[in-house]
Design a protein around this ligand. Structure first.
Ligand SMILES: Nc1ncnc2c1ncn2[C@@H]1O[C@H](COP(=O)(O)OP(=O)(O)O)[C@@H](O)[C@H]1O
Ligand SMILES: [Mg+2]
Length: 393
């Protein structure tokens, strides 16, 4: 019995002693009353203990949520803060700024005002925090409630989305604008040779718009398909299909495509169309950013858990500072050159998404002027049953 250890026990014992000393000794009804009192006190303390357990659980739960929570009493004194809130207050750079803003918002909330404020913490890492305070006007528990939320990621995504829309508009407006101008010029042109040239340029611009739209559609399809097809794809077939797509461009640029045979039976599991598209994009770039008469090689091997395909060129290479960024949508090292060669700037973004969908990896190593190697790693699937032998170790 929980209460027996406390001061209440002494009081109850005193009460009992008084009954016993009373003339005629303890009566039955006094005994009964004491029993009832004891039971009521037991129930009270059991309820209090249960409330304490619930409160502990709530505090535990509040400690694991990513938002900071601060509670203040009616005088504005902090009576509770969860671990996230505590971490903002003790953060090396944040504490003074965040701390004074918390105080300010709590004071306002105690006065009855709800307030929302955003604060930049210069870090590192640089973060944006949003603080919201509301008054608590429950007569038994008046005070203030304050939530701190890290909105850096939300802001970053919003910026990416805005850039993306701006980029798309730009990428489409440029060729569409050119088409309009060319058509206008064509209207006044009598020389058939010039008219032919203008028409040829119009065809190229229209083709570019179409390619950009195609790539955008493909990218959005790949981004939204979180569960791609799961079929067994032999690495040699994969390379074969990608090379077939690239061959016309390679012949046009007189680039030699070298494809040693892939290890027998080496296979991956995934969406064949996505995988071929990713590898074809890598081959296409290798050819496009190579000089005539150079060589592009596709090598496949198994390496631990990975089926690894390297696309190696001897082309212009990628400066170190751009190597991370080339996988971003519309990022190009040299805009003019990419445009000349018909690039949309979306190829490597497609590659990155396909790789993510397949739990793979993509890496680039390159030296400016020396060529580039893109390495595509995909988890090895069960051996391709169309090949009798085991894959090479
Ligand atoms: N093999 C490569 N050699 C040199 N630069 C490359 C290579 N692959 C990609 N790049 C650079 O990365 C940029 C992005 O590639 P990608 O997304 O395929 O767009 P693009 O449509 O321009 O080919 C290219 O514009 C180019 O500057
Ligand atoms: Mg490309």
């Amino acid at each position: 019995m929980i209460w027996r250890s406390g001061a209440l026990r002494e009081q109850l014992d005193a009460l009992r002693a008084r009954f016993e000393r009373s003339p005629g000794g303890p009566s039955a009804s006094a005994d009964e009353a004491t029993e009832r009192l004891e039971a009521a006190i037991d129930r009270h303390f059991a309820k209090q203990a249960a409330t304490r357990v619930t409160a502990d659980r709530l505090v535990g739960a509040l400690d694991v949520i990513p938002q900071g929570i601060v509670l203040a009493d009616a005088a504005g004194a902090i009576v509770f803060r969860n671990q996230t809130a505590a971490s903002y207050l003790t953060a090396r750079h944040g504490d003074a700024l965040v701390g004074s803003l918390i105080t300010e918002l709590i004071v306002a909330a105690v006065r009855g005002e709800s307030t929302t404020r955003t604060i930049e913490i210069f870090g590192p890492p640089r973060r944006s925090l949003q603080l919201r305070s509301v008054p608590l006007d429950d007569p038994d528990a008046a005070g203030a409630f304050l939530v701190i939320e890290d909105i850096s990621e939300r802001q970053r995504l919003e910026a990416v989305r805005r850039d993306f829309v701006a980029n798309i508009s730009h990428e489409l407006k440029t060729p569409v604008g050119a088409l309009g101008l060319l058509a206008e010029t064509l209207l006044d042109e009598d020389d058939p040779a010039v008219a032919h040239r203008l028409t040829e340029r119009m065809r190229r611009e229209a083709f570019r718009v179409a390619r950009t739209i195609d790539d955008l559609l493909q990218l959005s399809q790949i981004e939204t398909s979180d569960a791609p097809e799961h079929e067994l794809v032999g690495v040699d077939q994969l390379i074969g299909e990608a090379v077939d797509r690239t061959r016309p461009a390679a012949e046009l640029r007189q680039v030699d495509l070298v494809v040693p045979p892939a290890p027998d039976g080496l296979a991956v599991v995934g969406d064949r169309r996505q995988l071929v598209s990713a590898l074809a994009n890598l081959c296409d770039n290798a050819v496009k950013y190579s000089d005539p008469h150079s060589k592009v090689e596709l090598r496949a091997r198994s390496s631990g858990p990975w089926a690894e395909i390297e696309v190696i060129d001897q082309g212009i290479g990628i400066p170190a500072r751009d190597q991370e960024r080339v996988f971003e949508r519309f990022y190009r090292v040299d805009r003019a050159r990419s445009r000349d060669t018909g690039g949309t700037g979306l190829g490597l973004a497609i590659v990155r998404h396909v790789v993510q969908n397949h739990d793979g990896e993509i890496a680039v190593s390159s030296r400016e002027g020396d060529g580039s190697t893109f390495t595509l790693r995909l988890p090895i699937g069960p051996a391709d049953p169309s090949h009798p032998e085991e894959p090479d170790a």
